[in-house]
Design a protein around this ligand. Structure first.
Ligand SMILES: [Zn+2]
Length: 318
């Protein structure tokens, strides 16, 4: 009995210690223990009432605005500085595996450009399996979030500004046979086995994040949204790359074995004011299955167009 009590109290202590929201370093409003199994019990008014620009959303590529008029993407190409050697602490916080930047704020990697009026410093990256965002109703096996805070603000200040945070998102696809050169996740995976249980922590981890960000950086969706975990603050500029990175089956299976929960994605939110923009000269990439239907759809439409013309000509209605 005593052993049971000791184990139980140890477990509760761990839970309390790790109850931080995946999107930021800081705790949510309270020490409220929330779970992905019941979103109706999440703390924070915005998580409950929905707000106006909640995330994640299903990105409908037909509705994405090419930003010819520079309404949202006003600051040139995206610029990433200092992502090659980043000193981090790996944490299993009970909701995800996260790598938080260590040391002085000044040493953190920085992103600017694109839709970002300010410079943003990297606070942490973490993983969602499945993806939180969807493209034309299709999800990817994984989504990696690089959470950045406006360089001129503290995390707490940033959470209350409409552009306080910038989250860069990279989708992950699973592929069974990969070349070494394709091992985007290789470095991260060497640390994951030590982070399998809630409360596990690993400091002094040096990560080359440019591997995780090895995608076409000129092609992305961007919109003003929210955190996808409590308190769902509407403070995030999302930058979601259209090209996924790839993982092996074995790598993906390891995430499925992490002792957290069955899944760790928030459900898709209603689209209200979230207009999704895209840089002008970019090809839209969508998951293969959708591409197939788009192609078939186009072929069928073309066929009927021809057919229609033919019929019209045939009966001289024009
Ligand atoms: Zn996230």
């Amino acid at each position: 009995m005593l052993i049971f009590v000791v184990i139980l109290s140890q477990f509760l202590l761990e839970l309390a210690a790790v109850n931080v929201t995946p999107e930021t370093k800081i705790s949510s409003t309270s020490n409220f223990i929330w779970s992905y199994d019941d979103e109706s019990k999440w703390p924070g008014k915005l998580c409950q009432s929905g707000g106006k620009r909640q995330s994640p959303i299903d990105i409908r590529t037909d509705d994405v605005v090419r930003d010819f008029r520079k309404e949202f993407i006003k600051y040139g190409p995206l610029k990433f500085t200092g992502y090659k050697k980043v000193l981090t602490t790996g944490i299993n916080n009970g909701h995800t595996i996260q790598f938080s930047t260590e040391g002085e704020d000044l040493m953190h990697p920085l992103i600017s450009g694109g839709p970002l009026k300010y410079r943003y410093r990297l606070e942490q990256l973490h993983f969602h399996w499945l993806s939180e965002h969807a493209v034309n109703g299709v999800k990817y096996p994984m989504e990696i979030h690089f959470v950045h805070v406006r360089a001129d603000l503290t995390v707490n200040q940033a959470l209350h500004r409409k552009d306080g945070l910038a989250i860069v998102s990279v989708f992950g696809n699973v592929q069974s046979e990969l070349d070494d050169s394709d091992l985007h996740m290789g470095e991260v995976m060497t640390h994951v086995p030590k982070l399998m249980r809630p409360g596990n922590r690993l400091s002094g981890v040096l990560l080359d994040m440019s591997k995780l960000l090895n995608v076409d950086k000129s092609s992305y969706y961007t919109y003003a949204g929210s955190l996808t975990s409590p308190d769902c603050n509407e403070a995030v500029i999302w930058i979601i790359f259209t090209t996924p990175i790839v993982l092996t089956d074995a790598q993906y299976r390891m995430f499925a074995n992490i002792g957290i929960v069955r899944h760790n994605f928030r459900s898709l939110q209603k689209v209200n004011q979230q207009v999704v923009y895209m840089p002008v000269e970019v090809k839209v990439k969508v998951p293969h299955i959708v591409q197939f239907f788009v192609d078939v759809g186009r072929a069928v439409t073309d066929f009927f167009k021809n057919f229609g013309t033919f019929v019209s000509n045939g009966i001289h209605v024009r």
